[in-house]
Design a protein. Structure first.
Length: 221
């Protein structure tokens, strides 16, 4: 079989290089074989970024590869980068975690939440994976999703209006913080690359903005 796939890695992430001329189904088959052969190595890996080079992949094709990686390794893919700059992803994830004031007593969940699944927590929760449409999170504290949010999240469910929701890719069906509910547009705006965003309550409304230090400094967590 022609070798049309190459996997490179460093301390913070992996780069998957795909032959531009090869059919996606064949590329996926070769990737599966490579990850299975390297399962012992990846089982010892921590949370990492991933980027794709060579063949241009659709969002659905990227999702198929990420699901395959999750099924065949213990590797935690926390974000997909547009380039091989995994250091940038590392800094982004660390910024999210370092600015949470009560996640140390919270809960971690590894894996993708699929349609019909409900995850509940009496404290803050960090999701190492995606929240798909039809999935729901109920948290008494904050919710941080190191992946894509496309489902429903209720944060601060015991009446805490200072709770917040952070996601590396924010396209929720519905967000509720404290007693305030916000519904998002049916079709999210197309973006050239995913952007980490935070949802929080100000007055009687929920605002969703790009996550940066200025926004964090303005909030009273």
């Amino acid at each position: 079989m022609k070798n049309s796939v190459m996997i490179k890695g460093n301390k913070y992430g992996i780069v998957v290089v795909l032959d531009e001329k090869e059919d996606f189904s064949k590329l996926k088959e070769q990737l599966k074989m490579k990850f299975e052969e390297s399962s012992k190595f990846f089982n010892n890996s921590s949370s990492m970024a991933i980027s794709f080079e060579g063949k241009k992949l659709s969002n659905d094709e990227q999702r198929e590869i990420l699901d395959m990686i999750q099924e065949n390794t213990e590797l935690n893919i926390v974000c997909v980068m547009d380039s091989a700059d995994e250091e940038r992803c590392k800094n982004r994830v660390e910024e999210v975690l370092s600015n949470m004031n009560d996640y140390s007593g919270g809960q971690f969940y590894k894996g993708t939440l699929r349609s019909g699944q409900v995850l509940e927590s009496d404290s803050s929760i960090i999701i190492l994976g995606d929240v798909n449409p039809g999935a729901k999170i109920l948290s008494a504290g904050n919710v941080v999703i190191l992946g894509s949010l496309k489902g429903t999240v209720y944060a601060g469910i015991k009446g805490n209006p200072n709770a917040f929701v952070v996601a590396l890719e924010m396209h929720p069906v519905q967000i509720k913080i404290g007693d305030i509910i916000a519904r998002c547009a049916d079709k999210p705006k197309k973006s050239s690359k995913p952007e980490t965003k935070i949802a929080y309550v100000d007055g009687e409304n929920i605002y969703i903005e790009p996550l940066n230090r200025e926004v964090l400094n303005d909030l009273n967590f």
